[in-house]
Ligand binder design. Structure first.
Ligand SMILES: [Zn+2]
Ligand SMILES: [Zn+2]
Length: 349
């Protein structure tokens, strides 16, 4: 095994190093980081900044009464819960990035299509950026450490060009396993990602439009209801899921408690833990990245983990990886720091 592959697959902290300090609270901001090398704040990443601006502006239409419907609100809440949980948490994060379980290929692709509808970029890009985050968390090469400042960790890193996140470079380093799948390669080309997103708009609008017509509404009423479902179910929902994901990057590296003394600033944050379906138990996750279960204490409610367990019972998930015995055993002792830098997920089985 070459050193690179060994490093990429070595996702367990060594037993000797895995000694957490249960309940220890580190001081808040342990220091300020410089921006990643080569970042110039005047260089905007327009390919990301424009869609982010567009979605936020369209989502604001939700405040105009003509676009409001209670059905739209309910659709937005349900779609936000499901798309964030199934697409981002399970599909992109716990399955593709960390290989916390296996599932049939068709089911993996369904999860990825849902993730694409969340407009958080392609699986190769998401996985590569996130593996780099684990490898360099809260060090200068971390793509989105909030130790630079909160805004950088939350949204700045997306809308400012970062030469270190050049697609070809990070794909070669972090996403070779993802790009073995022709579907994920296709998502990098031919505007396929955009087509899926636009089809999603049409489906939400079309279902609302047709439902209103079926209930005897006029064409204008159908247009109004269809737009309400589109704006709430797609635009408001997507903006909500974005901030939910971004809050994991920003808030859970700043505020919260630590079950494990890791060599970065990850935290378990109650609000984000509950809001983002378990993704906010981020200190547990950095201590044990491979585990599909992020909630370690009884109060660390992890709906993403429970959903994966449900998939397991339904025969849709196998080889589910639970918390590392090393980390759990180490919870009873204290003294050393868990080394998390270096390992960055598990590309292959
Ligand atoms: Zn993190
Ligand atoms: Zn992760």
């Amino acid at each position: 095994m070459d050193p690179l592959t060994a490093e990429m697959t070595n996702n367990r902290p060594a037993a000797a190093k895995a000694v957490p300090l249960p309940g220890t609270a580190e001081p808040g901001l342990s220091g300020r980081l410089p921006l990643p090398a080569g970042v110039n704040l005047n260089r905007i990443e327009w390919g990301a900044a424009l869609p982010i601006l567009f979605y936020h502006l369209v989502a604001l239409l939700a405040f105009i009464p003509w676009y409001f419907s209670w059905t739209g609100v309910i659709v937005a809440v349900i779609a936000a819960r499901l798309s964030g949980l199934l697409g981002i948490n399970i599909g992109y994060h716990r399955l593709l990035t960390h290989r916390g379980f296996r599932c049939p290929k068709w089911f993996e692709h369904v999860l990825v299509v849902i993730a694409i509808c969340c407009v958080e970029d392609t699986p190769a890009r998401w996985v590569a950026v996130h593996r780099r985050h684990h490898q360099h968390a809260d060090e200068q090469p971390d793509p989105h450490s909030p130790l630079v400042n909160f805004l950088w960790g939350h949204i700045g890193w997306l809308i400012i060009k970062n030469p270190e996140l050049n697609r070809l470079g990070i794909y070669e380093r972090y996403a070779k396993d993802i790009l073995r799948d022709p579907f994920y390669v296709a998502l990098e080309r031919n505007w396929l990602q955009l087509k899926i997103i636009l089809i999603q708009w049409l489906v939400f609008f079309g279902l609302g439009f047709l439902a209103e017509l079926a209930m005897g509404g006029t064409a204008m009423q159908a247009l109004q209801f269809g737009l309400s479902i589109l704006i709430w179910g797609v635009f408001v929902r997507t903006v909500f899921v974005w901030h939910q994901t971004w809050a994991v990057n920003s808030i859970t590296h700043l505020w919260g408690y630590r079950n494990y003394q890791t060599d970065e600033d990850s935290r378990n944050n109650m609000v984000i833990g509950l809001l983002a379906h378990g993704e906010g138990w981020h200190n547990n996750h950095h201590a044990d990245p491979r585990s599909a279960r992020h909630g370690h204490k009884w109060w660390e409610f992890d709906t993403t983990w429970l959903t994966i367990r449900l998939f397991e019972k339904l025969g849709l998930a196998t080889d589910v990886v639970g918390p590392s015995p090393y980390v759990m055993k180490a919870a009873a002792t204290a003294g050393q720091t868990i080394t998390t830098h270096g390992p960055d997920g598990t590309p292959t089985h």
